[in-house]
Design a protein. Structure first.
Length: 201
């Protein structure tokens, strides 16, 4: 699935994404990794300024938690919402790949990671935390722990690579299956949660 975009070859952003600084051929892998790490460091700093803990404040850190209680919800390394972040990363890849098909994968990955980081910061602002708690989402939410937020972006990255491997058609089919499974199992999902926030359901 390719999306048309005007005058892309003439834009400095396209030149930077495809040839790297100074037109060296393509952005170096080291530069892209540094950009991704820097973005995650910015997210961690932002959450710390919001008063979010590094790890769960009231219980030991776990690899997986399915609890929606306030002390555990979005506090551990992975949880049911991790699947939503995988879907988010897959969707971002499909979007960026359709919009900028000529970009190398590493440049697309930087955009996807930046998109995840922006969402993690916005999601943890006090007004958005209050908004989530005013909807009918499962349990109570007090924001992410820093470890959970970084893990969310790791899940987005995983979704990027899955979508790149599968292609957009198979990715769409897998996303529908996962969304249905989330709705049935936890009464939430990427689409359903978005509709709740928008007040559509």
């Amino acid at each position: 699935m390719k999306l048309a975009y005007p005058n892309a070859r003439d834009s400095s952003l396209d030149a930077l994404a495809t040839t790297g600084p100074g037109g060296a051929g393509r952005p170096s892998l080291a530069l892209c990794v540094l950009l991704c790490l820097g973005a995650n460091a910015l997210a961690a700093l932002s959450l710390w300024l919001f008063g979010r803990p590094l790890v769960p404040a009231q219980e030991p850190l776990r690899l997986w938690s399915s609890s929606f209680e306030l002390v555990a919800n979005s506090q551990h390394l992975t949880d049911p919402y991790s699947f939503m972040h995988v879907l988010f990363g897959a969707g971002l890849y499909v979007f960026v790949d359709g919009l900028k098909p000529g970009w190398p994968a590493r440049s697309k990955l930087v955009v996807v990671v930046l998109g995840s980081v922006v969402w993690e910061i916005v999601e943890n602002t006090p007004p958005v935390v209050r908004l989530f708690n005013e909807t009918s989402q499962p349990g109570a939410y007090a924001g992410d722990s820093i470890v959970n937020s970084l893990s969310d972006t790791a899940c987005v990255t995983l979704g990027f690579f899955i979508a790149r491997l599968l292609g957009w058609r198979a990715t769409l089919l897998a996303a529908v299956v996962v969304e249905i499974a989330l709705v049935v199992s936890i009464h939430d999902g990427l689409v359903l949660g978005t509709l709740r926030v928008l007040g559509a359901v």
